[in-house]
Design a protein around this ligand. Structure first.
Ligand SMILES: [Zn+2]
Length: 1007
């Protein structure tokens, strides 16, 4: 009725939506208004719903089906349930276990009553106004009319007959309570899946009652009452099994386990799985639907029940459960979809005021487009092309490293000693600092404070940027859809006009376009800095600038280039050929595969590791555009695909054996998700195994011998190819990997004519030999030009190229997997101990593995894990605490606690991170960073207090950098709200959604 009236008044669709929302809200409050409920009709509605052959709601269908089975069981055992039949006014039957279901939330509530199900529903209705139980909250939210009551089971009156009514009710409870609990278990009606509360919470809700019930753990039955309850319960657990069900054999062992493993009926679940195994249907079980903690309990029950259950069934179920629990969760990465985009050059801050997408798709504006184009425009995504950051202007490391000019000065005569203050020169040596105060010119210092990713405003004309973006968009769209450009003319004019009003109405008088990022004075000072210092990003804190004495920088680079590798002679050897020879050869070789696109060669440079004492160097091959860049990109895609294949193969292997051979992880997510799910054994016998270890390979990239590398890669690739052949069901020789168009996959291919596979401009198809030959080409053709001198990397792989990480991963994988294979052959238990090993390129983490220390100190030749050429350093804080991939993992009281590890603490200066609002970027970027980090914190933190603490710190930092509190708070609250009523820590979301507000006063917002 109300909706109809609004429509007559001609309100806009938005207003209507708002109104109907309000109506919906009011519906839940019906009971507040004094209304006369016609219970007669309510009863008829519910009873006729009960009497229907095919219930209307799915939840009811399921409920009736389960109830019928159990009633049949009960009837067989002599407890007659015929009063529960349809068309027998079952809702009026007294002394029942009943269910209440909600047609909206699909949740169930189970209760017992010595009255009838319907009268009990009525009393729930009267109580729900003041009550705070989950059921009452739901009734208030959805309106009580959306709830139906159903009697599930009849408890015959002669069972609890007594002379007075108190005694009678008490007797009834003794019988009904276990039955009620049985139904709760059976139908999983505990919060949050259902509306029943349990344990301590339940007692709290029931504190008004006499003889408070304690059902939490039935370990020590004390009173007669509890004893009798337990006996009943023991009977109850075996009730649902009928004589023809094979797992009723285990009924005898059930009570004992019930006592050990708490109340919830894990034995029933395990027996159910055994039953399925018996029927040959174990594979149909969907373990995803179980809570992880229940699966862990089930494995423990199985371990304990091994002697009483069929050993084969136990083995099959255990291996299924373990395979599920031990496989590391895959991190899903979303591919960009094929939406159309409009590229907007982001050259003016005024563009922040223009909601371009909204304007383009406004109904009255989009109406000017031909109808066939509209859906394309409606689906548009605005992509902002940002101006380059200031990094390119201020850094000079690349030029210094390429030129490599050395002044023949003694260290003591270095000009930097006179020019710069002592505090920037550690140990009275040359300049090496991350402190921007070294810059005396105020304007330049401010700019450097913002960091190299800062984008300086250059107020170009915003309208020009908009119109050119639109022109480009229209050109692409009209070409794609074969529509005349003229059809867009009116739309374009309208869009631009709407944009114009936004800009003009907010714009202050034009400030005068600024054409140079740096003023003349700043440029002059920067030239002075560049003459004596090298400005270079800091390792692991790349938004910070380090200042290094030029002489010192060059010296360190030369030392590295002429260094002798530990394993086999020099890492870099002078090449005989000239630069043009090399480029020519590369061009000849790579053009065949359409993989040549630049005739430059790479060069070596280094970044200071400011978090180490003393400061050390990270050497990187600058190869953003060099002869092998394309090759490296393709190989990186293919090898990462190979790693995924090996991982899939390993997941399969774990299921069968419980042994992990693949230690590689893709990032902190793998580790955090897995450890969050992992439960350490509570058995005290395993306490001595609780050790955490981390390590890293210090100079891995320059110590891997080439011949060993190729040998290992061949092994790993062959293994992957066997898996590929299994998947595609063809012979190994006919399997190839196809890569192109952002997609990599196994394909079947006939014998390839070319040795390197098949290549075209857009796609590459590689067989095993082709891939190996390309990898060895890349590895043996890493050339570096520094100071005009050509060197070849003879040991190790070039750090900084795209495919270095997967190559390193595969190399170490070959060693790890063969180590585990050997271990499996003579001691399976030891091999299983390694399943908690994680490695990301050169960082290793080992959890609760007593054998780790023994085998990591041995080299592969002596029966250990890793080759002698590499040294694995211990990086533990202690055996109870380690830092790994930005996480701090600590072990206390048996549990693993994960927290975000703040690397900034390791640096001697204040680390600048996250974009600054003063930068020439859309406002959405810093807030996007905020949400991104919240995701990271949420995944890592095991306690919600840690999460809140880090969120607060982050919000404070962002506010200092110009973000608005209110908007950050909105983002935070919607992040929490998205995760539903209960967060992963089991706390109510309301609790922490207000937490950010607390610190607001602490930070003042900049003007
Ligand atoms: Zn110096």
């Amino acid at each position: 009725m109300a909706d109809g009236k609004v429509q007559e008044a001609g309100a806009s669709p938005e207003q209507q939506g708002e109104f109907s929302d309000r109506v919906r809200g009011l519906r839940g409050l019906e009971h507040v208004r004094k209304e006369h409920v016609q219970w007669k009709f309510v009863y008829h509605r519910m009873q006729s719903e009960y009497d229907r052959e095919d219930p209307k709601y799915r939840v009811a269908k399921k409920l009736y089906r389960v109830a019928e089975q159990v009633r049949a069981d009960l009837t067989r055992q002599g407890i007659d349930q015929s009063v529960m039949l349809r068309n027998e006014n079952a809702l009026r039957v007294e002394g029942v276990i009943y269910a209440i279901y909600c047609t909206r939330g699909k949740e169930l509530y189970i209760g017992q009553t010595s009255g009838s199900a319907f009268t009990r529903f009525q009393s729930h209705y009267w109580a729900c106004k003041a009550g705070n139980k989950p059921l009452y909250k739901r009734m208030k939210r959805y309106g009580w009319r959306r709830f139906y009551t159903v009697p599930l089971e009849y408890i015959p009156a002669e069972l609890y007959h007594a002379s007075n009514s108190t005694e009678r009710v008490r007797n009834f409870r003794r019988i009904a309570t276990p039955r009620e609990l049985f139904w709760m278990e059976k139908l999983h009606t505990y919060v949050p899946r259902g509306l029943n509360v349990k344990g301590a919470q339940r007692n709290r809700h029931r504190k008004g009652r006499k003889g408070r019930a304690r059902w939490r753990r039935l370990q020590k039955p004390q009173s007669d009452l509890e004893q009798s309850k337990l006996q009943l319960q023991e009977g109850v657990v075996s009730l649902p099994s009928s004589p023809d069900v094979p797992f009723s054999d285990h009924a005898g062992v059930i009570p004992a386990y019930g006592r050990i493993f708490g109340y919830r009926d894990y034995v029933r679940r395990v027996s159910y799985l055994a039953h399925l195994w018996n029927m040959g249907m174990l594979h149909t079980v969907k373990l995803v639907k179980y809570a992880d903690r229940n699966l862990w309990k089930m494995t423990r029950v199985l371990d304990a029940a091994q002697s009483t259950m069929n050993p084969e069934a136990t083995k099959a179920i255990l291996s299924m459960l373990r395979a599920y629990l031990m496989v590391r969760p895959q991190v899903q990465t979303e591919k960009p979809n094929g939406r159309r985009c409009i590229m907007l050059a982001w050259k003016s801050r005024e563009l922040r005021r223009v909601p371009l997408r909204m304007i383009m798709t406004q109904p009255k504006i989009i109406a000017h487009l031909p109808p066939e184009v509209r859906p394309q425009v409606e689906d548009v995504r605005v992509v902002r092309r940002l101006i380059p950051p200031i990094g390119k202007l201020i850094f000079n490391y690349s030029k210094v490293a390429r030129d490599l000019q050395r002044d023949d000065l003694n260290e003591a005569d270095c000009p930097c000693r006179q020019l710069f203050d002592e505090r920037f020169r550690p140990e009275q040596g040359c300049v090496l600092t991350g402190d921007v105060n070294i810059v005396r010119l105020c304007g330049l210092r401010q700019l450097l404070m913002y960091g190299p990713r800062f984008r300086v405003r250059m107020d170009a004309e915003p309208m020009a940027a908009l119109s050119s973006a639109l022109d480009e968009f229209i050109a692409r769209l009209s070409a794609g859809l074969a529509v005349d450009k003229a059809m867009f003319a009116i739309w374009r004019r309208k869009v631009l006009a709407a944009c114009q009003t936004r800009i003009r109405s907010h714009s202050i008088a034009s400030r005068g376009a600024k054409h140079h990022v740096l003023s003349g004075k700043m440029q002059k000072y920067l030239r002075f800095l560049h003459k004596h210092l090298v400005l270079v990003p800091v390792d692991k804190a790349s938004n910070n600038v380090a200042f290094v004495c030029r002489r010192k920088y060059v010296e360190a680079l030369q030392t590295e280039l002429s260094s002798t590798g530990e394993a086999s002679g020099d890492a870099y050897v002078s090449a005989v050929e000239s630069v043009t020879d090399i480029v020519g050869r590369h061009k000849r070789e790579l053009s065949k595969c359409h993989l040549f696109d630049s005739d430059k060669l790479a060069y070596l440079y280094w970044l200071p590791k400011m978090h180490k004492r003393p400061v050390s160097q990270r050497f990187i091959a600058g190869s953003a555009s060099c002869t092998t860049t394309s090759l490296s990109k393709v190989l990186s895609d293919v090898l990462n695909f190979v790693l995924r294949a090996l991982r899939a193969r390993d997941d399969d292997h774990i299921g069968r054996t419980g042994v992990r051979r693949f230690f590689v992880v893709n990032g902190y997510e793998d580790v955090a998700d897995f450890l969050a799910r992992w439960q350490r054994s509570p058995d005290t016998a395993f306490h001595h195994t609780r050790h955490l270890h981390t390590g890293d390979f210090s100079t891995m990239y320059t110590t891997i011998p080439h011949d060993d590398l190729i040998r290992c890669l061949k092994l790993a690739l062959k293994e992957a190819w066997t898996w590929g052949a299994e998947l595609t069901k063809v012979d190994v020789k006919e399997v190839a990997i196809q890569c192109g168009g952002g997609d990599v996959k196994w394909v079947r291919t006939r014998a390839l004519c070319a040795a390197n596979g098949y290549h075209s401009k857009s796609s590459h198809r590689l067989n095993l030999d082709g891939l190996i030959s390309l990898v060895s080409f890349l590895v043996s053709n890493t050339y570096l030009v520094n100071g005009g001198q050509l060197r070849r990397q003879a040991v190790g792989i070039p750090m900084g190229t795209n495919c270095a990480p997967p190559i390193a991963n595969l190399y170490l994988y070959a060693y790890e997997s063969s180590f585990i294979d050997k271990l499996m052959a003579h001691c399976l238990a030891e091999a299983r101990g390694f399943h908690m090993t994680f490695r990301l390129i050169d960082d290793v983490l080992s959890v609760d593995n007593i054998h780790w220390v023994k085998y990591r100190s041995l080299s592969a030749e002596e029966g250990g894990i890793y080759p002698r050429a590499l040294t694995l350093n211990d990086t533990n804080v202690s055996v109870r605490e380690v830092h790994f991939l930005g996480m701090s993992i600590s072990s206390n009281a048996g549990a693993l606690r994960l927290n975000v590890f703040d690397k900034r603490k390791e640096f001697p200066f204040r680390v600048r991170r996250y974009p600054h609002m003063q930068s020439m970027i859309p406002t959405s970027i810093p807030y996007g960073v905020f949400v991104g980090q919240l995701h990271r914190y949420y995944r890592i933190c095991t306690t919600w207090r840690d999460f809140v603490k880090h969120a607060q710190l982050l919000a404070e930092t962002l506010v200092r950098q110009g973000c608005r509190w209110r908007r950050l708070q909105e983002k935070y609250r919607s992040f929490i709200a998205l995760r539903g009523r209960t967060l992963r820590w089991g706390v109510r979301s309301v609790l922490i959604s207000h937490a950010l507000r607390a610190t607001r006063g602490a930070v003042s917002q900049p003007g």
